[in-house]
Design a protein around this ligand. Structure first.
Ligand SMILES: [Zn+2]
Length: 215
């Protein structure tokens, strides 16, 4: 388990971010008419995003309250060259405060296809109910009471970028992805140990400590 990590934008760095989705078309958020839960509409893949803040755009662009993975073309080029697996990419349009397209930066919405399952038996988690309309799952305890996340190794498709079934909004990755981010000095990424996925306030991984040369 120690070679898997959660992957997200680093919200401790002050950089421009993209808080607003300005696509017309289908609503990005909707409520399930049956169970009343809020669902993200992942079919909306080609997005337009409003960028706020000053300075250089990070390689992993934070997208407001939405669990989206928006990365620069530099990230995508490097991932392709290095053979990172488990995703498809869709170009996004970035616009500035004047609603003008930012043409000197190309970013992509990463839709993750890699999958694994959690070992609910080992974790003592039981599924109480699944919504027949939207698939939302109700457990015998709250997710912050799940304890350590244990992977059912036989269900893992070995993708470098993946999500757990039922937790499609929170990406995970292999150590290879961390090493690539460190070596290429990609900005805006944050990693934590995947087994601490449900632990509030788990420390972020120090990439220099992990990959830097010791002296
Ligand atoms: Zn539902």
């Amino acid at each position: 388990m120690e070679n898997y990590y959660t992957i997200s934008h680093d919200n401790n760095i002050k950089t421009p971010y993209a808080p607003t989705i300005i696509n017309s078309g289908e609503a990005f958020l909707s409520k399930c008419p049956k169970c009343d839960r809020t669902r993200y509409n992942y079919a909306n893949r080609e997005l337009s995003l409003l960028v706020e803040g000053k300075g250089k755009l990070p390689d992993y662009l934070m997208c407001g309250h939405y669990p989206l993975m928006i990365v620069s073309d530099r990230v995508l080029t490097i991932w392709e060259k290095e053979g990172v697996t488990g995703y498809t990419s869709y170009p996004v349009v970035l616009v500035d405060q004047q609603m003008e397209e930012i043409i000197n930066a190309q970013y992509y919405n990463i839709i993750i296809s890699g999958r694994a399952e959690l070992d609910f038996t080992k974790m003592g988690v039981k599924i109480k109910k699944v919504c027949s309309k939207c698939g939302a799952v109700e457990y015998n305890k709250e997710t912050w009471e799940f304890g350590e996340a244990i992977m059912k190794e036989s269900t893992y498709d070995k993708s470098d970028i993946f999500t757990y079934q039922f937790f499609e909004a929170s990406p995970a990755c292999t150590k290879k992805v961390l090493e690539i981010v460190y070596r290429n000095k990609l900005t805006g990424f944050r990693f934590k140990e995947l087994k601490l996925k449900f632990a509030y306030g788990a420390p972020k991984i120090d990439l220099k400590g992990l990959f830097g040369t010791k002296d």
